[in-house]
Design a protein around this ligand. Structure first.
Ligand code: ATP
Length: 136
């Protein structure tokens, strides 16, 4: 079964929304393959967001993503990469559709609660980065 990587970001942990977010994935029928709380370091942030490190929005994003614990998750299921992106909603919580995690629970472009891999290739890279202990 295909897998994807999800990061439940520090805003969700601070707001007590980890259960709410995980519950939406579980109710969709996705399977939790791995899960751990992580204090993201600046180095890990830079590797994860390698495609964004030169962008103007990256310094505050790095400050945010390292600002407290996150929860890293590997999910499995049919078309899981697409399913998670649909459940997460558009990047900007102010524009995300109601019914999505961001649309229902976020009012921010940066503090948007969750990350989900954007392709099977990204998922493989990110799972290896965040869960080196996990076997393929
Ligand atoms: P994610 O990768 O977190 O699932 P995404 O794929 O919807 O989100 P990307 O374009 O990959 O969005 O951006 C990665 C993250 O960078 C976003 O989730 C958001 O936290 C932050 N970000 C992106 N664009 C902006 C922006 N213009 N201003 C502030 N933060 C931004």
């Amino acid at each position: 079964l295909p897998r994807t990587f999800v990061l439940i970001k520090p805003d969700a942990v601070r707001r007590g929304l980890v259960g709410e977010v995980l519950s939406r994935f579980e109710r969709k029928g996705l399977t939790i393959v791995a899960l751990k709380q992580v204090q993201v370091t600046p180095e890990l942030a830079d590797e994860h967001y390698a495609e964004h490190v030169e962008r103007d929005f990256y310094p505050p994003l790095r400050t945010f993503i390292t600002s407290g614990p996150s929860v890293a998750v590997v999910l499995a299921g049919d078309e899981v990469v697409e399913a998670v992106r649909l459940l997460n909603g558009a990047t900007d919580g102010r524009k995300a559709a109601p019914g999505t995690i961001r649309g229902d629970l976020s009012l921010s472009n940066r503090e948007n609660l969750v990350h989900g891999s954007d392709s099977a290739e990204s998922a493989a890279r990110e799972i290896a980065l965040w869960f080196p202990e996990l076997e393929g």
